[in-house]
Write a protein that binds this ligand. Structure first.
Ligand code: HEC
Length: 160
């Protein structure tokens, strides 16, 4: 009995230690708004806030279990990977070429239903995109791309 409780105690200690080591670090800055500079209607923006912003912006919400190892580690790696590929809080800092490319990528990801990542949907059931959500995001990407091209011409030159 004593041995068993010692093992449990040690295991709890390891979980606490790894949770501290892998705890999500917040920037401390006021999170930038999503998609600043883009023209997007409230409906499409709400879908992106619901289903994409946790991994693709500064506005990640960290529920309590995201502080517990190994979830902390998985969440940390998804958020880092997500922001690296597409950071909606840095939209207006990206080059025109980059934004046009991101819009095509967003369209492909939602049409193919590759995003949101399946492991995220296990817990965040309400982030699942309905057919209507996919249509709304897809139509926005097409309209925004057309707007950027009309305003600035087809982007050329070196990729960022
Ligand atoms: C749980 C975290 C998570 C959520 C939620 C999420 N993504 Fe991602 N996303 C990632 C990660 C991680 C990557 C990096 C590539 C990969 O692992 O597939 C990525 C990559 C991408 C890319 C780049 C793909 C490429 O071709 O490089 C796009 C575009 C994208 N996501 C769009 C979205 C959209 C749109 C949503 C919401 C509908 C969304 N993501 C929701 C984590 C997430």
């Amino acid at each position: 009995m004593v041995r068993r409780s010692r093992t449990l105690f040690a295991l709890a200690g390891v979980i606490v230690l790894f949770s501290v080591l892998t705890a999500p670090t917040k920037s401390g800055k006021i999170p930038a708004p999503l998609l600043s500079g883009a023209k997007i209607d409230a409906g499409a923006l709400a879908i992106i806030q619901r289903s994409c912003q946790d991994c693709h912006s500064d506005r990640t919400r960290y529920p309590w279990y995201s502080y517990v190892f190994p979830v902390s580690w998985l969440v940390g790696s998804d958020v880092r990977g997500g922001r690296r590929h597409l950071d909606l809080s840095r939209w207006n800092e990206s080059s025109l070429t980059r934004r046009e490319r991101s819009l095509s990528e967003i369209a492909n990801q939602v049409k193919d239903r590759d995003m949101p990542l399946p492991q995220y949907l296990w817990i965040h059931g309400n982030a699942k995109l309905s057919d209507e959500d996919v249509r709304a995001i897809f139509q926005w990407t097409q309209a925004e791309r057309a707007r950027l091209i009309a305003e600035n011409g087809q982007a050329t030159g070196p990729q960022p």
